[in-house]
Design a protein around this ligand. Structure first.
Ligand code: AMP
Ligand code: MG
Length: 414
């Protein structure tokens, strides 16, 4: 058996070797979820000038060093406008975001002054020099790399890129992933109404879950549907999938039973290793590559990753292993997000010898609750859960113990 860390390291290495080299320039508007191919560097200071963080009055702090100083208001500066140099002994009416006029060194909030006859102000308390001024460059210095190559663009990263004036971004081409499910028992929702589901059949849920996970990770997905449990059909599907894709992802058929054709099919069409990963759920995992043929759109080979068929196993292996492969393909960080130390609100007296990933959620008391049925077929558990506990091999848990919690929100979106 392979440890999960070893498996992830091998996946990362294999996928890094097949890293997508093509880049494209996209509008920053359209870059959500894309991975930067180059650093974003700022040509300007942000903010570009000292400016006020309050509506109020800009002045020289020394001119109001004693309480109740009275100053004439000689100019008015709104956001987007530039004032004149401020004469000593005077104040400027100023509004949030407006540049501080030369000569002023503090802003007094409008709530802390009184109007006096003739248009002046009385400053009740002496201001501190620099108060309510946002300094030029306090967010970003000109020349700084604000976003590094390999960053996956979040909404806030889009905003930061825009802050430095980047209208377009150079990003890695999206990963093209072919997805298919194996299993003669599978029926598509819509093909047969629920009351008519034949004996022995189940609906294909992995197709929806895995497709959604791929889309959430910013992939272009080609959905090849259900492939029957036959060697020739599986080989045909693999050849077809390899033509124009970076990665072929399958669910089911990766064990070593008579009905499991994934490993021999990939071996015949390329190369494959079948790993027994010491994790629960999700033990078998197939990793390899499928050769492309003469006449295919691209040369070389497509990476292959075969996930177990059990719905929770395929979900958990996706968020741990497929995520690593997709990030490596795109040059993004492959490390798992840091687990948070959290307090268990449950007992887990009979741990597995393998590293376990328990479906949990944060309760109102701040402790983690455990979903009652941890079977790898119970898909309800991953919808109920907001995270998984990463439990070391053989580690019993008692309520009150500290455990390692991985929020699903950090695992599902790249
Ligand atoms: P397998 O890995 O093919 O041996 O499948 C393991 C279990 O997962 C079996 O109970 C299958 O019926 C189930 N399974 C396989 N593929 C799917 C799928 N696409 N959707 C839902 N369940 C599946
Ligand atoms: Mg099967």
């Amino acid at each position: 058996m392979l440890s999960l860390d070893e498996a992830l390291a091998r996946l990362a290495a294999g996928a890094s070797a097949a890293r997508i080299a093509e880049v494209e320039t996209v509008s920053t508007f359209d870059a959500l979820g894309r991975v930067l191919a180059a650093d974003v560097t700022s040509a300007i200071d942000v903010p570009p000038a000292d400016n006020t963080s309050m509506d109020g009055y800009a002045l020289r702090a020394a001119d109001a060093a004693t309480p109740d100083a009275v100053l004439p208001v000689v100019q008015r500066i709104a956001a987007g406008h530039v004032g004149e140099p401020l004469a000593p002994g005077s104040a400027a009416r100023i509004f949030t975001g407006a540049p501080i006029p030369p000569g002023a060194d503090a802003v007094v909030m409008q709530e802390l002054v009184d109007a006096v006859d003739g248009g002046g102000i009385r400053v009740r308390e002496a201001p501190r020099p620099g108060q309510w001024i946002r300094r030029r460059g306090e967010d970003v210095h000109a020349g700084a790399a604000v976003l590094a190559a390999g960053t996956r663009m979040t909404p806030q990263a889009l905003g930061l890129a825009a802050t430095v004036g980047a209208a377009t971004l150079v990003v890695v081409r999206r990963a093209r992933v072919a997805l298919f499910s194996t299993g003669d028992e599978l029926i598509m929702p819509g093909a047969v109404a629920p009351p008519d589901l034949p004996p022995g059949a189940i609906y294909n849920s992995n197709r929806y879950t895995l497709r959604g996970l791929l889309q959430a990770t910013g992939c272009e997905v080609s959905d090849l549907g259900i492939v029957p449990d036959r060697l020739d059909a599986t080989r045909d599907a693999l050849r077809e999938a390899a033509r124009a894709h970076d990665l072929i992802l399958t669910s089911g058929g990766v064990s070593v039973g008579e009905e499991d054709h994934i490993r021999p099919a990939v071996a015949a069409e390329g190369r494959v290793e079948l790993w027994q990963v010491a994790m629960k759920p999700g033990k078998p995992l197939a990793f390899g590559a499928v050769r492309r043929r003469a006449g295919d759109a691209r040369r070389g080979e497509a990476l292959f990753l075969g996930l177990p068929g059990n719905p929770v196993s395929s979900f958990v292996t996706f968020v741990l292993a497929v995520r690593t492969v997709l990030n490596a393909l795109q040059g993004a960080d492959t490390a798992l997000p840091a687990a948070l130390p959290m307090i268990a609100g449950f007992d887990w007296p009979k741990p597995d010898r393998r590293r376990e990933f328990l479906r949990v959620r944060l309760g109102g008391d701040g402790r983690l609750e455990l979903f009652g049925n941890q079977s790898s077929g119970v898909l309800t558990s991953v919808v109920w859960a907001d995270g998984i506990v990463d439990n070391p091999p053989g580690q019993a848990i008692r309520a009150g113990d500290r455990v390692r919690y991985l929020p699903l929100s950090t695992l599902v979106n790249g």
